[in-house]
Ligand binder design. Structure first.
Ligand SMILES: NC(=O)c1ccc[n+]([C@@H]2O[C@H](COP(=O)([O-])OP(=O)(O)OC[C@H]3O[C@@H](n4cnc5c(N)ncnc54)[C@H](O)[C@@H]3O)[C@@H](O)[C@H]2O)c1
Length: 483
């Protein structure tokens, strides 16, 4: 397929259809309808990259009826990889899905043949793709962060709720056992009183910092105009990588390197925050900060910084008022990490901290819950004697399992599909993951504003300054793209 220039008439035709409510997707009522063994008909938008492993999460139990990718070569490759996954799993080759470069064309042609949609595109397309799916009455599973603007997150939440759809964000940590254990330990006094939380990541591992666009030839297999989707049309570009910026992944935004551009991604915080801040958000009772302080390396209007340091001021809730700090990137060639917890004094603890390129420390009066990965999949407690006691108490039933367990740990796509069929709520359904994404994106608001921001949650606006409010909503949508 060549470059797809979509006409204004085409846009208006679609938009008029949306407004008139003419989307005729099946309004699934699977719950109770002989749900056992029910196979969903699923479409994946953004079929390669993360979309490929997201497809693997559901393809053996359900039917993939369509794969969509704006890059023809990557689309064909995604279809082949899916087939290989079936064969490698000892299954027969699966049905051949319909292949599209434009998800709107897919909805036009086969909306009636789709029950649910997985969205695994770059961040800037999550909102438009998921909203198209929702308006067609499709259940949705959307990669993290749900959107890269807070106003879009709220809009998506409202629309999915009104349509009574089963929703999920792809933050796999939320489905894991470890995150539940950490919450139960802390709530049941394993580390005394929770006083402070320190979070960090070595990201960005892609170019981020003051990048400058330069004209380049678009690869023949890529439909650049569709890749831009709701963003204003502009010629394909690559960028210069200045000294001090990690350039290992090359200098084009597609694939993967869109992350550092505010237009398309959400920087290191947006990329990793929905993982690393997830356990914090859950443990603190899903509350939103009152104020966020930010300092960072120089930013431009277009790109996120090489490093940033944030402090989230959390009001009292399940725990007393406390600070959550976030450090990302590297400073002077060294990982930008917080200070180690005072409970982590043993050699073992120091080594674990040193090794952790991303992680979290929940620091209490009597001990620290430490996780040296992004997902909080296998937390431990320092010091070691306290951890031994916690394990004894857990075995003896003194520390109880109070959190609901996932039916499919580490497979948010499979878990979502299970709940579409059987009812019940996926671990990271939008009632949870929309506020979590807002929590994460508030840090970006402070970074972009280069100042402390106070957040008026009711009013969805920064209350101590006017200028940062321009970062709450996407500045503009190309005509015809906003459903
Ligand atoms: N949960 C996780 O652990 C995890 C890990 C990696 C990425 N992600 C998320 O997955 C998403 C994709 O990230 P990635 O690293 O795979 O990016 P990527 O750029 O490597 O891959 C995205 C794919 O989507 C395609 N695409 C782009 N625009 C499209 C459009 N409008 N319609 C259809 N296809 C389109 C691209 O051609 C590409 O094949 C991001 O939101 C990212 O944050 C999540």
């Amino acid at each position: 397929m060549g470059l797809n220039i979509i006409s204004r008439r085409h846009f208006l035709g679609r938009t008029a259809g949306l407004a008139a409510g003419t989307f005729a997707g099946p309004n699934l009522l699977l719950k109770g309808q002989n749900a056992a063994g029910k196979k969903l008909r699923l479409a994946v938008i953004g079929a390669n990259g993360k979309g490929q492993s997201d497809t693997q999460g559901v393809t053996l139990d359900h039917t993939i009826v369509a794969l969509v990718d704006v890059d023809k070569k990557r689309l064909d490759e995604a279809a082949k990889k899916r087939e290989k996954h079936h064969l490698d799993s000892g299954k027969e080759a699966p049905n051949a899905p319909k292949l599209y470069q434009d998800f709107r064309k897919m909805f036009d042609e086969m909306a009636n043949e789709i029950d649910g949609v997985i969205v695994s595109t770059p961040d800037h397309t999550h909102y438009v793709a998921a909203m198209h799916a929702i308006k067609h009455g499709k259940h949705v599973c959307v990669q993290k962060p749900l959107c890269n603007y807070i106003a879009e997150v709220r809009d998506l939440h409202r629309a999915a709720k009104e349509a009574k759809l089963t929703t999920q964000m792809g933050n796999q940590g939320r489905t894991m056992e470890g995150q539940r254990l950490a919450k139960e330990w802390i709530e049941q006094g394993a580390i005394g009183t929770l006083k402070e939380i320190r979070l960090w990541t070595n990201r960005p591992i892609w170019p981020q910092g003051p990048l400058v666009k330069k004209a380049a030839e678009c690869p023949a297999e890529l439909d650049w105009d569709l890749w831009l989707s709701s963003e204003a049309s502009e010629p394909y570009f690559e960028f210069e990588i200045p000294a001090g910026v990690n350039g290992k992944r090359g200098n084009s935004v597609h694939p993967f390197n869109w992350r550092g551009w505010w237009q398309f991604g959400s920087g290191a915080l947006g990329d990793m925050g929905c993982h690393i801040m997830d356990a914090t958000f859950s443990i603190l009772g899903q509350i939103i900060p009152e104020k966020i302080d930010a300092t960072s390396s120089p930013i431009s209007d277009t790109c996120a910084p090489v490093w940033s340091d944030l402090v989230y001021h959390m009001p009292a809730g399940k725990h007393g008022a406390l600070k959550v700090s976030w450090n990302d990137g590297s400073k002077d060639g060294k990982p930008n990490k917080p200070e180690i917890s005072p409970h982590m004094t043993s050699e073992l603890a120091k080594k674990a901290f040193e090794k952790a390129s991303s992680g979290m420390m929940f620091i209490g009066t009597e001990g620290t819950v430490f996780e040296g990965e992004a997902y909080c999949g296998s937390p431990v407690i320092y010091n070691e004697e306290r951890y031994t006691q916690v394990r004894i108490d857990t075995k003896a039933g003194k520390i109880k399992k109070t959190e609901t367990r996932s039916v499919m740990p580490n497979n948010p796509q499979g878990e979502w599909a299970h709940h579409v069929v059987n009812g019940g709520l996926p671990s990271s359904n939008f009632d949870y993951s929309c506020p979590l994404t807002e929590f994460v994106l508030l840090g970006n608001l402070a970074v972009r504003a280069q100042q402390s921001v106070q957040w008026d949650k009711q009013g969805m606006k920064v209350s101590n300054a006017e200028a940062p409010n321009k970062y709450v909503s996407r500045p503009a949508y190309r005509e015809g793209w906003k459903p």
